[in-house]
Design a protein around this ligand. Structure first.
Ligand SMILES: [Zn+2]
Length: 289
């Protein structure tokens, strides 16, 4: 089985991106796994600090490992948006494949200093682990926002990206390129889409040569996503779209069976709803449509 670094290099060579989906329960994990298995594509499962707290760090690591071993599928686990070295070490010790070490709210010099130290500490625990660093402002919260935050001042420049990657030794960079965490109401209703700064992505790619992640992919224009992948994006994060599907599926299932109390009779509808979203996104990222 290839490790995550090899899978990402292979994706880069093929001009495709690896889908990263956050999970907060077994229903979403089951849906994402089923999509990846059907399409025969690699996939990354992401868990934020909040999602890890709910699921258990070692418990989600054991679940993902069991799927990888039993089904021989390249499914990987990422500790998404980790804001302290203590939490990052916990994930590395539990066997995670990657960690997003996110000190982007700090001044850049402090972000560089602490990220460099974290890269050294985490590689000492697990030499194959991939560390992703973040610069710029892409907002917070994979949820539905009333209004768009002004992120225009927090866009990542190619110069700053190169300095950051060289100085910290991160394996993967998460820049701010017009992307944003969460979705606006208008995006959930399908009336608006996020647009990306494609020229900036190309410039950051050629300046750094690094692997690049696009966070906050939910609600992004399909054509922009295709072009962003062609411009050098290697991983695309999706969370809010799955959460919206999860909630809609659950409401629909409960409404259809008002007397039902058996979880495994209620939840397959939710798995299916989430799986549909994951499948359409994985097809796009892997050029299968
Ligand atoms: Zn993110």
């Amino acid at each position: 089985m290839l490790d995550l670094r090899n899978v990402l290099q292979q994706a880069q060579k093929n001009g495709v991106a690896v889908g990263h989906f956050n999970v907060a329960d077994f229903v979403i994990l089951k849906a994402v796994f089923a999509s990846a298995q059907e399409l025969k594509v690699p996939v990354i499962i992401g868990v934020s600090e909040g999602e890890r707290e709910f699921l258990g760090v070692r418990q989600i690591a054991a679940l993902v490992r069991s799927l990888r071993e039993e089904f021989d599928l390249p499914i990987f686990l990422n500790a998404d948006h980790t804001h302290s070295l203590v939490k990052a070490i916990e994930a590395a010790q539990a066997g995670f494949d990657a960690i997003v070490f996110d000190l982007s709210p700090l001044p850049i010099e402090e972000n560089v200093r602490q990220t460099k130290a974290a890269v050294e500490a985490l590689k000492a625990i697990s030499p194959a682990i991939l560390i992703e660093g973040e610069i710029g402002d892409i907002g917070t919260g994979s949820e539905i926002h009333d209004a768009a935050p002004d992120l225009s001042k927090g866009l990542t420049t190619p110069e700053e990206a190169k300095q950051y990657v060289d100085a910290t030794g991160v394996d993967i960079l998460a820049p701010a390129v017009g992307n944003m965490h969460g979705m606006l109401k208008s995006m959930v209703q399908g009336e608006a889409r996020k647009r990306l700064d494609l020229a900036r992505i190309s410039q950051i790619k050629s300046a750094t040569g690094a692997l690049i992640t696009l966070h906050g992919g939910s609600g992004t224009d399909d054509e922009d996503l295709r072009k962003a992948i062609a411009a050098g994006i290697n991983i695309v994060h999706m969370n809010t779209e799955l959460r919206v599907a999860w909630r809609r599926g659950l409401e629909e299932s409960l409404a259809k069976q008002p007397q039902e109390v058996v979880p495994y009779k209620i939840l397959p509808v939710v798995v299916e709803a989430v799986k549909q979203v994951a499948t359409s996104r994985l097809k796009l990222f892997n050029k299968l449509t």
